[in-house]
Design a protein around this ligand. Structure first.
Ligand code: PEP
Ligand code: MG
Length: 564
């Protein structure tokens, strides 16, 4: 039995699929003339293999008309005589390898399409990149592992999964995943919760212990992974699964009831979403609004920026679907562990301390303006608010307010229907703003505490680094004191405080946060019933007692004792 960090609830049984995404290394050396035919043959074999693979995938996805059409268009590109001729000519004329020639032609096609002002064609760039990668891997005889086309029901086992790889998982067949790296607040774990698939991360060297097709139990409730377990264990875990499912069923009963304590103290419970698809779970789990819409996922798994229309459509959709409920749209938070290949973000020594979130948007102004305009254009429902991530100073807030005001003015001149009084808030995730919170509050309409980053920046512990994961602790007295300070100052100025970091969905600290005075808990929707249940079963006056006692403690051991 192996443990790690359980980051997304659930228990699943299934076969292991080891996912190794080998990097493609293109051979750019010149070839001798007598090797031309060998390279051409390599291309033809790789191309035919790719067509065969795509036809197989097409047969699996035969119910999905859209995917079938896309795969047909991929096959058409590969079968195109001109495409073949161009690659073969390049091998012959430049004396280069089949993989290098194919890469060049694919890049050339992408360049041509990028110049054409046609949205449909631009959408196809992703397809071409996808085929290109598959084709080159087949030419090089590398194993093709595509997360979006997994055929059988499996549990993915991998050293690491990036947030964008996680977003590609074929959810029909991926039962759950296990990785060696990652922590509760790394974005891959956040994605797992959004997709509602069980996951355990930080498992040391599990890829050396599990082989393909091993039978696994992934018990992300009790944080256990069993490899080829015996019948006794299988039956035991089946019972645990049944019990867990019954608990969920019971919790569903309170989904439409308010988050109110026995003695009548009410708080709000909101959702964090990564994608418009997550809206489905808002109703399912009885959420009161969206406390955090991580818009950066709209910018991922593609090769060019989403334009204003595409962004507008997503924001408008969310605004409409939520009726009158509030939606905090967070400005793109790229950088750190979330990269966009098409932005050419330079490799940094310390990406989490570097060109990330609002810093990137403030430097790449066109991206910021487009996003702000798209949000404003979708704002006439009046339920949308703008939230800026990773703010470090008053100057940044003033600058962003100035920019926002200018964009609003321009849109009004153009007679656009917008909410000219749109509310603007920030995330408190850096100690520099938490320490001057009294002055910060005067500048903004609302605040949301991002404990995932506040913890990493206060304690100087990378939130995704397994070597220091034991030091990553949101229950540290310093973090609790910062949270208390933020809430106290906000309440003095009649502002309410939300928390959208993962701490807000940690059942161990619900009463503590309630007692400190947190007004709004925002989390992945599927966690709402658990937190609501705790709030509804307790008294506010007891929560205050726990908070007062806990805040006096200065060691972690003492703090844990107070909350258990
Ligand atoms: C946070 O930092 O707590 C947060 C909610 O933002 P993210 O996890 O996207 O960095
Ligand atoms: Mg953050």
């Amino acid at each position: 039995m192996i443990s790690g960090i359980s980051v997304s609830k659930g228990i699943v049984f299934g076969k292991a699929l080891l996912f190794k995404n080998k990097k493609i290394i293109i051979n750019k050396n010149h070839i001798f003339k007598n090797k031309i035919n060998k390279e051409i043959k390599k291309f033809i074999i790789g191309r035919n293999k790719t067509i065969k693979q795509l036809k197989n995938i097409k047969n699996i996805k035969n119910k999905n008309k859209n995917k079938k059409d896309i795969l047909d268009s991929h096959i058409m590109i590969l079968e195109d005589y001109e495409f073949e001729k161009e690659i073969i000519n390049l091998i012959k004329s430049k004396l280069i390898t089949a993989d290098y020639a194919t890469n060049k032609i694919i890049k050339k096609q992408i360049k041509i399409i990028k110049k054409i002002e046609n949205e449909y064609l631009k959408e196809r760039i992703n397809d071409i990149i996808d085929i290109g990668k598959r084709l080159i891997k087949n030419i090089l005889n590398l194993k093709v592992n595509s997360l979006s086309s997994i055929k059988n029901k499996v549990i993915i086992v991998s050293k690491e999964l990036t947030p964008s790889e996680t977003a590609q998982l074929n959810l029909k067949n991926v039962l759950g995943f296990i990785t060696e790296f990652g922590g509760i607040t790394s974005h891959t774990s956040i994605m797992a919760r959004a997709l509602e698939i069980p996951a355990i991360v930080n498992t040391y060297d599990i890829t050396n212990k599990i082989k393909n097709n091993d039978f696994l139990i992934l018990d992300a409730i009790n944080n256990n992974i069993y490899i080829n377990p015996n019948l006794n264990i299988i039956n035991l875990v089946k019972k645990k699964k049944k019990k867990y499912e019954e608990k969920i069923k019971n919790l569903q009963k309170i989904k439409n009831l308010p988050a109110i304590t026995i003695d009548g103290y009410k708080v709000s419970i909101f959702s964090n979403i990564c994608d418009i698809k997550d809206i489905k779970s808002i109703k399912k789990y009885g959420s009161e609004g969206i406390g955090l819409y991580r818009t950066e996922f709209l910018f991922m798994n593609r090769c060019f920026l989403p334009n204003i229309i595409e962004q507008y459509k997503s924001y408008k959709y969310v605004s409409k679907k939520m009726n009158n409920k509030l939606v905090n749209i967070r400005i793109m938070d790229i950088g750190g562990d979330k990269n966009l290949s098409y932005l050419n973000i330079p490799k940094e020594e310390n990406p989490f301390l570097g060109w990330r979130a609002i810093r990137l948007s403030m430097d790449l102004k066109k991206i910021l303006y487009t996003q702000l305009k798209a949000i404003l254009l979708s704002s006439n429902n009046k339920n949308i608010r703008i939230m800026f991530p990773m703010i470090t100073s008053i100057e940044e807030i003033k600058y962003l307010k100035y920019e926002l005001k200018n964009i609003i003015k321009k849109l009004i001149i153009k007679k656009k229907r917008i909410n000219k009084n749109i509310k603007m808030g920030i995330m408190i995730e850096i100690p520099s703003v938490a320490l001057i919170i009294k002055d910060i509050i005067k500048e903004v309409d609302f605040l949301s505490i991002g404990t995932n980053d506040l913890t990493q920046y206060t304690l100087a512990v990378d939130r995704g680094n397994k070597l220091v994961s034991h030091l990553y602790n949101s229950l540290s007295p310093s973090i609790l004191k910062l949270i208390k300070k933020i809430i106290n100052e906000a309440h003095k100025q009649n502002k309410y405080v939300s928390m959208c970091g993962e701490f807000a969905s940690d059942e161990k600290v619900t009463l503590l946060l309630l007692g400190i005075g947190l007004d709004e808990f925002s989390m992945n929707s599927s966690y709402i019933p658990y937190i609501k249940n705790i709030i509804r079963k307790n008294k506010f006056k007891d929560a205050v007692k726990i908070a007062n006692l806990t805040l006096k403690k200065i060691t972690n051991k003492e703090i844990i004792k107070c909350i258990t």
